[in-house]
Design a protein around this ligand. Structure first.
Ligand SMILES: [Zn+2]
Ligand SMILES: [Zn+2]
Length: 354
C-alpha cells in the first residue's frame, strides 16, 4: 500500500507546450512520486471517467489540465464536471494563452479553477503547500465551511482556505472557532486566530510632522522659532492634525509658532521612520513669506513659542557653535539652500489617491 497523500490527475497531450511537459513530468518523478498517485491522461473523456469513479472517501485530488488543442483533449469540460461535483479538488490550469489574456483568466477563475499559471516552478511551490493538507492530525479539527473538507487542524485550515477559496464570492461564513460571522474567512482566520499576527496592533499609528525652511528673498534670511523652555532655535512646524493636509499643517504651525504667513513652493525631503510603537513621517517644505513687506516674526510669548526671528546663515552657524540650536537641522537645511541644493516640486506630494 502506498503512502500517497493526494491523487494527481494530469490531462495534457504531449504535443502541447513541448518544453513544459517534460519539465512537469520530471518534477513529478523526482520530487513527488511518493506523495502523489499520478494518473496521466491525454483524452478528456478518460480523465472525466477517472474523476467520476472516485468516491468521497478517496484521497484528496489535484488536477492539472491544459486548455487543450484538439476536441479530445479540452480541459474545460473536465473543469466543469469536477466543480459540479465538489469544491475540494484543487484544479490547476496551465496555459500561456490564458495567462496572457485577462478575459480568459477571468472566465476560468469564475469557472472555479483554483490556480491559473504558466510556470512549472510555481506548480512545484503549490504542491509543497498542498502536501501538508493530506496529513491527518489529532483533534481538535475543523471543517472547511466552503468545501466541507473535514478533519483539518488549525494550521491546515489556515493554509487551505486562502489556497482553495480565495476567489469565492462573498458569502457569510460562521467561524467554527469563535462563532463570529464573516464575509472573508481567509482574512478572518489571519487577523483573529493567527497567534503570530495577533501579537501586534492591527494598524500602525502614523505620526506625521510638517517642517518648514522659509527664506526671505530680500536678504536671504531664514525663519527660526525660539522654542519655549530655552530649548533653542528650531524650524517652524509641528504635528499634522487628524484630517489635515500636510501643507495646511505647515502653514498653520508656522503662523502659530513664528507669526508669519507663508507660501510653500517646494519639498526638500520626505522622511519615513518605522519604529516599534509608531511610524513617523516628516515632510520638510521649502517656503517664502506670503508678503515680504509684512513678515514680522512673532515676539509675544505664548504656549507655542517664546518668539521667532529671521537669521542669516552665518548667524545660524554661530548659534550652532554656542549650543543655541535645538538640533542641527536648521543649520543643515540653511546650508543646503544657500548652496543651491535641489528643491523638489510640490507635485511629488499628492493630496488624493489618484
Ligand atoms: Zn475548503
Ligand atoms: Zn473566528
Amino acid at each position: 500500500m502506498s503512502s500517497a497523500l493526494f491523487d494527481l490527475v494530469l490531462l495534457w497531450s504531449p504535443h502541447e507546450s513541448e518544453t513544459d511537459y517534460p519539465e512537469l513530468q520530471n518534477l513529478l518523478k523526482t520530487e513527488f512520486s511518493n506523495q502523489f498517485n499520478i494518473h496521466l491522461f491525454t483524452q478528456t473523456q478518460d480523465a472525466i471517467k477517472h474523476v467520476e469513479s472516485k468516491s468521497n472517501s478517496s484521497l484528496p485530488v489535484i488536477v492539472i489540465t491544459k486548455l487543450g488543442m484538439t476536441d479530445e483533449s479540452l480541459g474545460e469540460p473536465l473543469i466543469e464536471i469536477i466543480r459540479h461535483r465538489n469544491k475540494s479538488t484543487f484544479i490547476i490550469l496551465h496555459s500561456h494563452k490564458v495567462c496572457a489574456d485577462p478575459n480568459l483568466r477571468w472566465y476560468f477563475a469564475e469557472l472555479g479553477v483554483n490556480m491559473i499559471t504558466e510556470y512549472v516552478t510555481q506548480i512545484r511551490d503549490v504542491f509543497q503547500r498542498l502536501l501538508p493538507l493530506g496529513q491527518s492530525h489529532p483533534k481538535p479539527t475543523y471543517t472547511c465551511p466552503y468545501c466541507k473538507w473535514t478533519s483539518l487542524s488549525f494550521s491546515q485550515l489556515y493554509t487551505h482556505v486562502p489556497l482553495y477559496h480565495t476567489n469565492e464570492g462573498a458569502m457569510s461564513i460562521k467561524c467554527e472557532l469563535c462563532q463570529q460571522s464573516t464575509r472573508n474567512y481567509a482574512v478572518h482566520l489571519h487577523e483573529e486566530h493567527d497567534q503570530e499576527h495577533r501579537q501586534g496592533p492591527k494598524a500602525t499609528p502614523l505620526y506625521a510632522f510638517a517642517l518648514v525652511v522659509c527664506q526671505r528673498k530680500r536678504d536671504n534670511r531664514f525663519l527660526v522659532v525660539q522654542e519655549s523652555g530655552s530649548m533653542g532655535f528650531w524650524l517652524p512646524g509641528g504635528r499634522v492634525e487628524v484630517g489635515e493636509q500636510l501643507d495646511k499643517a505647515a502653514e498653520r504651525e508656522t503662523l502659530e509658532e513664528a507669526g508669519v504667513r507663508i507660501r510653500i513652493t517646494g519639498v526638500l525631503k520626505i522622511e519615513f521612520t518605522p519604529r516599534s510603537d509608531i511610524n513617523r513621517l516628516r515632510i520638510i517644505y521649502f517656503a517664502e513669506p506670503l508678503d515680504e513687506d509684512n513678515c514680522e516674526p512673532k515676539t509675544v510669548p505664548d504656549y507655542e513659542s517664546y518668539g521667532a526671528m529671521w537669521l542669516t546663515y552665518e548667524q545660524t552657524v554661530q548659534c550652532s557653535t554656542k549650543g543655541q540650536l535645538r538640533g542641527n537641522e536648521p543649520l543643515k537645511w540653511f546650508k543646503y539652500v544657500t548652496q543651491n541644493g535641489a528643491i523638489h516640486p510640490l507635485s511629488i506630494l499628492s493630496k488624493t489617491e489618484l
